[in-house]
Write a protein that binds this ligand. Sequence first.
Ligand SMILES: Cc1cc2nc3c(=O)[nH]c(=O)nc-3n(C[C@H](O)[C@H](O)[C@H](O)COP(=O)(O)OP(=O)(O)OC[C@H]3O[C@@H](n4cnc5c(N)ncnc54)[C@H](O)[C@@H]3O)c2cc1C
Length: 475
Amino acid sequence: MNNTFDSSVVARCTAQIVADLPALEWITDARVDRLSQDFYWFSPVLKRELTGLRAHAVVRPKTEAEIAAAVGACASAGVPITLRGSGTGNYGQCIPLHGGVILDMSAYNQMLWVKPGVGRAQAGIRMGEFDRLSQPDGWELRCVPSTFRSATLGGLYGGGFGGIGSVNHGPLAATGNVLGVRAMSIEPVPRVLELRAPEALLLHHVYGTNGLVLELEVGLAPAHPWLEAVVCFEAFDAAIEFADALAAAPGIVKKCVTLLAAPIPDLLPQLATSLRPGQHAVFVLVAEFCEPGLVQLAGEFVGSITHRQTAAEVAQSKRTLVEFTWNHTTLHAMKIDKSLTYIQSGFAAGPHVSQAKALRKMLGDEVLVHLEFIRSKEGAPTCSGLQLVRYTSETRLNEIMQIHRDHGVFIANPHVFHVEDGKQGEVNPDVVATKQRFDPAGLLNPGKLRGWDQREALAARAASGDVSLRTLPKF
Ligand SMILES: Cc1cc2nc3c(=O)[nH]c(=O)nc-3n(C[C@H](O)[C@H](O)[C@H](O)COP(=O)(O)OP(=O)(O)OC[C@H]3O[C@@H](n4cnc5c(N)ncnc54)[C@H](O)[C@@H]3O)c2cc1C
């Protein structure tokens, strides 16, 4: 079966499935429009390409049996299924290209267990809720996106990268962060399989194209009361060198180090009293007992601490700096300046600071520097960029991304919706082979995985020994 679907047939079959499964929670009214979208509009390119696409119906199952009933019915009828967590992805990952059913996982959201250093939950659990339940035992998720309040664990695994905590633990894909997943196949009689790491990572960041993740088992980090602070600098070089030193400081327990170069802080009026106009700001989360180390380091780099809140004060105020980091910076800035868009980049561990300085000098006011300090997948301190770009044309946007590549900076292009055109970068035969196992009819989020069109050629290469594929356990 190829990836072409007759819209009127899909519409008719979907309506029949809705009628056949009345016990499930279905949404078929105007809310389907909203539930067919994510934050794709961050990109002017995706906005042009994806606006108006929608599913025919949304189903919100609460149990594994309900998920299996919806999946089995869609598979029997050949109806596309697009998985959705909370729809906070920002590359149109959960926008259906061919209509059909959106399977909203957000009601499948139970915490299963927490043990020292590891926890397991159903995929639809919100990450803020996971932490709320695990923190009393002294543990929390190792990295969460700035959308932690609403975004689901399954959505981070299916479409995300990492976030707050990646300064210690790297991206979600770093070895040891994901220990296992329980996944369902898309077949008339769905089957379920537990995949342990490293095979568990085969379904990661592939936009829900090669398997439906029911449960995730993930490594946890010790939970601390986190002090939130802003350190402001007159000079960019001092700001980036401070951020780099803090991120690497082995004696300071931290969770987030974010550099927002001027004029980005001026685009955050909500924090105006905590910022200095025209200055560069570093947003940090450090364990409260590490405040003296933070103060000392800020002094060494001639930074001024302009904002400080204890964990209790953050909880009381209900406003956290976290929701001004990562792509929340993009969101707030775009609300103030509609000409902005963004790019996503990975600097080379080692020369990352000099790369960032050189690019800032070269691109001037056209690219506003926003860096998140992280560890690479291999563990080396580096930074990831979510630079804001003054958008003039798609051609210029592509040139800016190419200039970064020419300086040795990796670009995870956020203006594309195919898995391989973004962070993955190329067709991964293991990902395609996994889809063949879990989704033999190609019904999961069709049109997003380029490699699916090459599956026969890849299978032939694997059979001839030209490509060696990971062996997956049997159902
Ligand atoms: C303001 C803003 C800030 C952000 N900050 C960050 C950040 O700090 N770090 C980061 O990594 N990302 C970030 N993102 C992107 C996004 O919020 C996160 O990746 C988030 O974890 C996605 O979760 P979700 O539940 O909203 O997933 P969705 O957007 O609903 O889904 C994401 C993808 O995963 C698939 N999927 C969902 N559930 C499953 C499942 N059970 N099985 C298989 N596939 C599934 C979907 O089909 C889709 O392709 C940000 C986005 C915005 C708009």
